[in-house]
Design a protein around this ligand. Structure first.
Ligand code: TYC
Length: 102
């Protein structure tokens, strides 16, 4: 391999190393059945929000149909989505949560 090419691929590898990881938005979806108080507790528990912040996010979701709970790396986002769905299921609420690349 020519020197220039080798330098080129080393530079590419260095760039790849420096790249920040892709980030994911975790979003909560509205429904007609999950109690508001339950959503607030979920936001406090899973996303470490204050009661005030959790209430604001819950009301935004209630009004607009969805809202962002936080932005995380893929594994962290996936864990939070699972935790929300599991908590909702265990209390028989239809609350749904999804993630999408930011
Ligand atoms: N819309 C629900 C109600 O009126 C409250 C709610 C808010 C449900 C946010 C889900 O993600 C949600 N009880």
């Amino acid at each position: 391999m020519a020197n220039k090419e080798r330098e080129g691929s080393i530079l590419e590898a260095e760039k790849a190393k420096l790249k920040p990881p892709p980030m994911y938005k975790v979003m909560l979806l509205n429904d007609d059945y999950t109690p508001m108080d339950f959503v607030v507790v979920v936001l406090q528990t899973v996303f470490a929000m204050s009661r005030e912040q959790a209430t604001q996010v819950m009301l935004k979701v209630h009004r607009d149909g969805m809202g962002v709970c936080g932005i995380y790396t893929r594994e962290v986002a996936a864990t939070k989505v699972e935790q929300v769905i599991e908590l909702a299921k265990s209390h028989q609420h239809p609350l749904q949560c999804t993630m999408e690349e930011n």
